[in-house]
Design a protein around this ligand. Structure first.
Ligand code: 13P
Ligand code: SF4
Length: 332
């Protein structure tokens, strides 16, 4: 009797099936081949799984990825990140194909800001300008005066005169941190990232007691009680730079655990401890389930079949482009 596996092998050997069985697939070699054949560039966020970061042409924080997307001359942009990132790349490159390995790779923070509700909020405050964190949908961007990321937010906010009233959305934790940093009183949308919200202050302090020689470093999407404990607060790229340049050699890192891959590469002799999440009794680290939907297999298949690709309504893309371009101009 012929098993399915034997039948598949026969079909492959006769050339009827050109997709190799997953267990036989050398994804690294195949993806590199497709990259060359199709003049594709792989842009990856630091929260992606290790193999994806390793095969990417460029790994960065949200700002660096948007800047890279704005200047690439590749024909195809493969975005190993979440939907709003790929959507931003598409808005910047309406003529290029932008692929996302898994279309379901969303973002809890972006989801916490439904466009109809946000429009009503903006309409209720006509004397306010609107600053939105890049972690939001294209539709929210069309309601924004300027977009920001965690690495340029202070600069973007300070580009407005002090007397200008501002709305900040969707992240209330980042917004609260920015109000403190800039001395402003921005109206905050009540959104949050489920990964950064989940850090346990009790467990964090327990770890700190065990490692009093460590410094806590945190992403500003974390709630105020976590940020209060941090010696440094910054974007993923900021956290990397801080760990690299600080004289300390032990850090408790309060952001998504994917960042540890690049951090270990950059500071191999330092001790890095992931901050613990509330519910986590196993690996003591926080992972973004959306970011982790992308896998090497999905990266390969999306490049091979050029699907799923990101589509943005033309009119919406043109409107959403303006606040993104303002951000890029202010970030030079
Ligand atoms: P940055 O890499 O810009 O710090 O953003 C972190 C994040 O949560 C992306 O979803
Ligand atoms: Fe969104 Fe948070 Fe995941 Fe970043 S880590 S993609 S903000 S859910």
């Amino acid at each position: 009797m012929t098993t399915i596996e034997q039948a598949k092998e026969t079909m492959i050997s006769k050339g009827f099936l050109d997709v190799k069985t997953p267990e036989k697939m050398d994804y690294v070699a195949e993806i590199n081949k497709l990259k060359k054949e199709k003049n594709a560039v792989i842009l990856a966020h630091y929260y992606q799984e290790e193999a994806i970061q390793d095969i990417a042409d460029f790994v960065g924080d949200s700002l660096a990825l948007a800047q890279e997307a704005a200047k690439t001359d590749a024909d195809i942009i493969v975005f190993a990140g979440v939907h709003f990132m790929a959507e931003t790349a598409k808005i910047l490159n309406p003529k290029k194909k932008v692929l996302l390995p898994d279309l379901k790779a969303g973002c809890s923070l972006a989801d916490s800001c439904p466009p109809a509700d946000f429009k009503a909020f903006v309409d209720a405050h006509p004397d306010h300008k609107v600053v939105t964190y890049i972690n939001c949908s294209a539709e929210i961007k069309t309601l924004s005066d300027v977009v920001c990321t965690s690495s340029n937010a202070v600069k973007i906010i300070e580009s407005f005169p002090r007397e200008q009233k501002l709305i900040f959305a969707p992240d209330k934790n980042l917004g609260d941190y920015l109000n403190k940093q800039t001395g402003r009183d921005m109206l905050l949308w009540d959104g949050a990232c489920m990964v950064h919200e989940a850090f346990s202050i009790e467990k964090l302090l327990d770890i700190y007691k065990e490692h009093p020689d460590a410094e806590i470093i945190a992403h500003p999407e974390s709630p105020a009680h976590i940020l209060k404990t941090a010696a440094y607060i910054g974007s993923t790229a900021g956290l990397l730079n801080y760990a690299k340049n600080s004289k300390k050699d032990k850090f408790i890192v309060a952001t998504e655990a994917g960042i540890l891959h690049e951090m270990i590469k950059q500071v191999p002799n330092k001790t890095l401890i992931p901050a613990p999440a509330e519910e986590d009794n196993t690996c003591a680290c926080s992972e973004c389930a959306y970011m982790k939907l992308n896998t090497m297999k999905k990266l390969y298949t999306c490049m091979k079949f050029e699907l799923p690709d990101i589509e943005v309504d033309e009119e919406m893309a043109a409107k959403a482009l303006l606040p993104i371009e303002r951000m890029l101009a202010l970030s030079k």
